[in-house]
Structure formats: C-alpha cells, structure tokens
Design a protein around this ligand. Structure first.
Ligand SMILES: C[S@@+](CC[C@H](N)C(=O)[O-])C[C@H]1O[C@@H](n2cnc3c(N)ncnc32)[C@H](O)[C@@H]1O
Length: 289
C-alpha cells in the first residue's frame, strides 16, 4: 500500500480534488475554481507548457532526427488540455490557425474570466514574449485565443473534432483515459501520415511516493483500480504503442524517465512485461520526426 501521509500536507480543497478523482463514490465534487487554479504551483504557471515542450523535444532529439514543432498556420489539437487550455495559448501565440481540445472538465466561463486573464494569461503572455519574441500584444493575444481556440467539454473520443489535423499533443492524459482504444480510434480518424504528434505519458502511480511505482505492481491492474478508483488505466508503454500500431499510426516511443524497479512485482506483471516496460515512468509517444 502506498504511503498516503502526504495528503496531510494538502489544503482541504486539494485533498477533495485528489480524492474525487480516485474514489468513485466521491466523483461529482466541485469544479475547478479560479482561486484554486491560480494558487496552484502547477496550474498557475502557463509557461510550464513551453518548458515541457522544450524539454520533451530535447529528449526526442537524443533518439530521433526530431524537428521542432512549428505552430504557424497549423491546425493543432490537444487531448485533455486541462482547465487552463494547456498548450492552447502557446500554440495560438506561435501562430496556430486553430487550437481544438476535448476536456471533460472544461469551463469556458472560468477560462475567459477577468481573474484568469489578469493573473494567468498576462504573465503567460509576458513569458511567451520573452521566449518567442513580441509576436502579439496582450489584448490581441486575448482576442486571438477567443477566435482560434475551441475546447469541447467532452471526452476526446466523443468530441466533434474533425481532421485533417497538423499537430496533436497531450500531456499526462493518455494514462487517464478509459478505455484508451476509442481515443486512438479517434486519433486515427483525424490524423494523416503527415500529422506530427507528441504525447507525454506518465506510467507512475501519480502519488508523490518515494518511487512512482509504489503499490502499482502489487497485484493485477483490476485489483488496483478497484481499490484506488479509475484514475489511471495502468496500461504500460508497449500497450500504448500497440494500440497506435493497431490503428495504423506509426508511432515511436522514447523513454524520458526510467527508474529502478520496485522490490516486489506480482507475477501478473512479470508474465506480461519486460524490465523496460516496468521501469519506464515517463515516455514520449511521437511521430513523424
Ligand atoms: C493529469 S490531467 C492533465 C491535464 C493537462 N494536460 C495538464 O498537463 O495540466 C489529465 C486530464 O485528462 C483529462 N481526460 C480524462 N479523460 C479524458 C478523455 N476521455 N478525453 C479527454 N480528456 C480526458 C482529464 O479531465 C484531465 O484534465
């Protein structure tokens, strides 16, 4: 059993959010609020998405002749962008002709609120100007977001997004999707062989435990999900890759964090996966270079 003592360090609202995602009986709790997002160390930093992209592309270049993603004039899609539109503001600032996402927790009223504009987007814009140059003024940035972003409050698999799409992204989303097959089927429907994509998948337990694999391999996945709720699907990197292959999408996987094995691994896992699959916490599923 993973050590859950870190729960004591969270605010009551953070604890509620975390439990709501993990325990089936508690789902349907409060939606995100601007105050909660803007005081979160993670969510309040929009430039985090540029940092993630720069890091992930640098990791890819260690293994592939990966050319940086160019957003200018491109149709961009993100699966599960999160409550503050994920890569959307970055893509639009860099000239994307459209940014579409499907996010079950999307609340357009919250995103387009004054609080988010003043405390989140203003700083994000200043950081984008510093990183990519003064491509647009703040008010033009806000207008471009309103004109070019469409985010559907839905699962990606049920969303009205149609192709052909030039660039598809996701950040720590694929491991949360149940069932993943319908999502990959949808990707196959909107992608062409030229569509460039980059998905960061986190195969860890999503708890701040000493090892991200603590508790994950104690028994078969159904037992873990029955105990902890439908927060992560427990697919491993080879499962994700074979889903892409089954749907005709040529994808490469590049590990971006490999950690030591946990002490105990139940035979269910040993019988199905090699050491690489069991020790890869973060992987980039990407293509074409
Ligand atoms: C860990 S969060 C990551 C959010 C965001 N990408 C980020 O990095 O901040 C996972 C996200 O996946 C979304 N999600 C879960 N199932 C989904 C589905 N079927 N389609 C689209 N998004 C989904 C959740 O609502 C959640 O916002």
């Amino acid at each position: 059993m993973a050590n859950l003592s870190y729960l004591a360090s969270l605010t009551p609202r953070e604890t509620w959010h975390l439990l709501r995602r993990r325990l089936p009986l508690m789902r349907g709790g409060p939606a995100w609020t601007a105050g909660e997002l803007l005081s979160s160390a993670k969510h309040s930093r929009g430039i985090r998405f540029a940092e993630l992209l720069l890091r992930q592309e640098a990791v890819l270049r260690q293994h592939l002749p990966w050319e940086p993603l160019e957003f200018a004039g491109r149709r961009v899609v993100e699966i599960g962008c999160g409550p503050l539109a994920g890569f959307g503001p970055l893509a639009v600032f860099c000239g994307a002709s459209s940014f579409e996402s499907a996010e079950p927790e999307w609340d357009a009223g919250l995103f387009f609120s004054d609080a988010v504009a003043e405390k989140y987007l203003r700083v994000f814009h200043a950081d984008l100007v510093a990183l990519y140059g003064a491509r647009m003024k703040f008010w033009d940035f806000l207008k471009a977001l309103a004109a070019r972003m469409s985010i559907h409050r839905a699962g990606f698999e049920h969303s009205p997004i149609t192709g052909p799409i030039d660039i598809v992204l996701s950040q720590s989303c694929i491991e949360h999707v149940f069932p993943l097959e319908a999502t990959i089927e949808k990707l196959a429907a909107i992608q062409t062989p030229q569509t460039r994509f980059l998905h960061l998948v986190d195969f860890g337990n999503h708890y701040p435990t000493a090892s991200p694999f603590d508790g994950l391999y104690d028994g078969p996945p159904e037992a873990y999900i029955a105990k902890r709720g439908k927060a992560i699907n427990l697919l491993r990197e080879p499962d994700v890759l074979s889903l892409f292959a089954r749907h005709g999408i040529a994808a490469r996987s590049v590990p971006s964090r490999v950690l030591p094995q946990p002490a105990a691994i139940h035979p269910w896992w040993r019988e199905r996966y090699d050491d690489a699959a069991l020790t890869t916490q973060l992987a980039l599923i990407a293509g074409p270079a």
